[in-house]
Design a binder for this molecule. Structure first.
Ligand code: TRP
Length: 329
């Protein structure tokens, strides 16, 4: 039996950036070879905060197309849209009744996100971690690749599963978070002491996966470095260190080899080579993306087909849960 991997990404009109890719999405692709992976565009999580209608639809297509473009392969994995598999919401309701309000109130992300909502805090925002637990528990998931900020939610999913199993017997597998190893902790190109972020107001700080070759060259060209000349992995020179880390993430090799490669050469050459590496990575992704996103009908067909393949499997899980509780099924 293969290890089951589940992860979710919120649909976003904002294209993922290089940091998202190297820190997380690239590993989603790698995980496909040895595991049974389920990757989900979690549109129902997105609507816990207000979403303009058209933007939500577009973002769902865009995110789905982008995941295909980076190499999520529906022959190896399941790639689907959360709202098209209604068992997620059905299980979420059931699990709600085995989740304490006290525990939900302690969720850090809820506290942070609800503070940002000025007029209206939806019950969905509060309940979000239970939906996430349902996502994970439906598939007998072993591993959940996520960033640090989601670990608390995974622990909650385990707690809910344990509480349920304690009462009714072993129904749910206890999932583990797979903390994405930040081999490449990609920093802002303009303020290299801060993480690369999609919402950075400085246009030149962040490389997005759909940036054109010219833009990539311009952004890398204007990346902050320092007034020294020697090219070395030196943490006290964060701008240079970041560029070298990106280089190494794209072309893995020992640090010393990279330093040797750039011996006697300057920042300009480093930046030129780095920009080329990034463009080589992005070009095929962008080409595939354009093909996918220009054929929404085809995308929709694929989404639906994936959801239909999943539903019988998760339907069984929901029935088992209902039966345990004593609902007449
Ligand atoms: N909450 C996650 C995020 O915002 C997305 C998510 C939803 C998810 N369901 C999931 C991640 C299940 C892993 C497993 O990033």
């Amino acid at each position: 039996m293969k290890t089951v991997v589940f992860s979710g990404i919120q649909p976003s009109a904002q294209v993922p950036h290089l940091g998202n890719y190297l820190g997380a999405l690239r590993q989603w692709v790698d995980l496909q070879n040895k595991n049974q992976c389920y990757y989900c565009v979690v549109d129902l999580h997105a609507i816990t905060v207000p979403q303009p209608k058209q933007a939500l639809t577009e973002a769902t297509y865009a995110s789905y197309a982008l995941l295909l473009s980076i190499g999520i392969d529906t022959k190896l994995s399941k790639l689907f849209v959360q709202s098209q598999v209604p068992e997620h919401t059905e299980l979420a309701w059931l699990l709600n009744c085995y989740t304490s309000v006290g525990q939900l109130s302690r969720m850090t992300q809820y506290k942070e996100k609800s503070e940002k909502q000025k007029n209206f805090i939806s019950a969905g925002l509060y309940d979000y971690p239970v939906l996430m637990a349902a996502d994970i528990l439906l598939y007998d998931t072993d591993q959940v690749p996520v960033g640090e900020d989601q670990i608390q939610h995974i622990e909650l999913a385990r707690d809910i599963a344990e509480r349920f199993n304690h009462q009714y017997g072993p129904v749910f597998k206890l999932p583990k978070g797979l903390l994405l190893k930040e081999t490449a902790r990609i920093m802002s190109l303009q303020q290299p002491d801060q993480k690369m972020s999609k919402s950075d107001p400085n246009q030149n700080a962040t490389i997005f996966l759909l940036d054109s070759p010219d833009i990539v060259a311009k952004k890398i060209g204007s990346a902050v470095t320092d007034s020294q000349t020697e090219i070395r992995f030196d943490q006290s020179r964060p701008g240079l260190y970041n560029l070298l880390s990106i280089y190494r993430a794209l072309k893995p090799q020992p640090l010393a080899e990279i330093e040797k490669h750039f011996e006697g050469r300057g920042y300009k050459e480093l930046k030129k080579e780095l920009a080329e590496l990034i463009v080589d990575l992005l070009k095929p992704i962008q080409k595939r993306y354009q093909t996918f996103v220009n054929d929404k009908a085809e995308l929709k067909k694929l989404m639906k087909a994936q959801a239909e393949q999943i539903r019988p499997v998760v339907g069984k899980k929901v029935s088992e849960v209902k039966e345990k509780i004593g609902l007449v099924i």
